[in-house]
Design a protein around this ligand. Structure first.
Ligand SMILES: Nc1ncnc2c1ncn2[C@@H]1O[C@H](COP(=O)(O)OP(=O)(O)O)[C@@H](O)[C@H]1O
Ligand SMILES: [Mg+2]
Length: 454
């Protein structure tokens, strides 16, 4: 019997070589045959041929020369990723462009995994170098498919299944403090409460663009795209705004139309289900086409929104050191995506029974989602000395999770900030909430350090 581990061990990375130079192709082919983890599966001599093979054979890695006649190599890569999103393209560059940081940024943002310099007669081209690049590219894409990985940044998500516990307050101040403690750090505050997010007002900023403006560049969200939509506020922290008020109707329309069509929609769904179950030819009545179209359109919007959340977070991770994400308490697709892609989830809890129950529910949910316990910690907010439920009791209840901070209730200190949109790090006073938040920022840096220097 072949177990899945055996199968993984036997499985070789399938590589397509696209180059118009026969001697380069032959040399690479030899390397790939020799490699114990790789297998060459085909060659192409033009962009068109290359895309045809990508479509039919779905290679794991594409080695593509920038001298292919006809199309621009970047276009070929873009198209290849479009046809087969799991392909890992590596550019074989005749010029020394691999040293140009701007070019590198551009191609990496596009989804290209690496650039290898090649120069005829290719005597400098080393087996080791090529194989390493191929395997790294393959692993990068595997990581990306599995959700996490890619980029140096760390995603810290504030989450609770209950509103009003201080997620947004903590998110905004944490982002401010992470930046303030080390100003070379690239920090972004991402408002992932796409339904009703209003983080901009928490930090005294009026957003004119939102994350929805990234939809046209969904396939390759670059640092420039992110920066133009997420302007710096309060020094160097950037804010990636949720959809603007006027854009929100897109999301709420769903709810509004619900009543109107409920019966017709139910009939259509029932009809279709019966036909599918009975293995009959699917037959849609003329008058049902409108409802079907509407349902599919909604499904499409949902799909775009989910893809947008994923790609945005992945691009943020490639371009920032810390991404502090605020979420809403409703479990929508955007929240799920954030939880899945987080390096650290901070469950915000206040010392009262409803909030503790919500934290319990969140802990259960996260484990059902398969999220590793090590990626979860608790932040206790609005604690008070006289509180009936003590910090120690909350710690006991969630003893499997580290308590990362204990932020005292201090509305008097926070209120002026909330009303004017200033953040705690700008306060000259050495207030208790500020100290607690500073400690939290430091513990986060210790616990989830940035992958490597940018
Ligand atoms: N440590 C605290 N002490 C006093 N008030 C707080 C504290 N943290 C948050 N608040 C207040 O609680 C309310 C809800 O906070 P918010 O951050 O909007 O919660 P959430 O995002 O979880 O819904 C706000 O009015 C905020 O000012
Ligand atoms: Mg909030």
């Amino acid at each position: 019997m072949v177990t899945s581990i055996d199968w993984q061990l036997q499985k070789k990375v399938r590589v397509l070589v696209a180059s118009d130079d026969q001697s380069l192709t032959e040399r690479l082919w030899g390397f790939l045959e020799q490699g114990s983890d790789t297998r060459p599966i085909g060659t192409a001599q033009s962009g068109r041929e290359c895309l045809e093979i990508v479509k039919n054979q779905a290679p794991d890695v594409l080695l593509v020369a920038d001298t292919l006649p006809g199309e621009n190599v970047l276009e070929v890569c873009r198209e290849a990723i479009h046809i087969h999103p799991r392909v890992a393209p590596v550019i074989l560059a005749r010029t020394s462009r691999h040293r140009d940081p701007e070019y590198l940024h551009q191609v990496l943002d596009m989804g290209v995994c690496d650039v290898i310099q090649v120069e005829p007669p290719y005597a400098d081209l080393r087996y080791q170098h090529v194989l390493e690049s191929v395997m790294q590219a393959y692993n990068l894409i595997q990581e990306r498919i599995s959700g996490i990985g890619g980029g140096i940044g760390r995603v810290i998500t504030l989450f609770s299944m209950k509103g009003g516990v201080g997620k947004s307050t903590i998110a905004a101040n944490l982002a401010g403090l992470l930046w303030h403690a080390e100003q070379r750090r690239r920090v972004v505050l991402a408002d992932l409460n796409w339904r009703f997010g209003s983080l901009d007002s928490y930090i005294g900023h009026i957003a004119r663009q939102s994350v929805l403006d990234l939809i046209p560049v969904l396939d390759a969200i670059s640092r420039n795209d992110l920066e133009s939509i997420a302007p710096p506020v309060h020094g160097g922290v950037r804010l990636l705004p949720a959809p603007l008020d006027i854009e929100r109707t897109e999301f709420t329309r769903d709810l509004l139309e619900r009543d109107l069509l409920e019966d017709d929609r139910a009939t259509l769904i029932d009809d279709l289900l019966v036909q599918i179950r009975e293995d009959r030819q699917i037959n849609i009545q003329r008058h049902q086409v409108d409802y079907l179209e509407m349902m599919l359109k909604k499904e499409k919007v949902k799909q775009i929104v989910t893809v947008l959340a994923r790609r945005t977070l992945q691009s943020l991770r490639r371009n920032f050191h810390y991404i502090v994400a605020d979420t809403n308490s409703n479990l929508d697709d955007v929240t799920f995506t954030a939880l899945e892609l987080s390096d650290l989830i901070l469950l915000v809890c206040t010392p009262d029974v409803p909030s503790i129950r919500a934290t319990r529910a969140a802990v259960t949910l996260l484990s059902e989602l398969g999220i590793n316990q090590e990626h979860v910690a608790i932040v206790l907010n609005r604690t008070a000395r006289r509180s009936e439920i003590t910090t120690a009791e909350v710690c006991n209840l969630f003893s499997d999770y580290e308590l990362l901070a204990d932020v005292p209730a201090d509305f008097a200190t926070l209120q002026p900030f909330i009303n004017t949109g200033a953040l705690l790090h700008e306060a000259p006073l050495n207030s208790a909430p500020l100290k607690a938040m500073q400690k939290l920022a430091q513990r986060i840096v210790d616990r989830v350090p940035v992958a490597r220097a940018a």
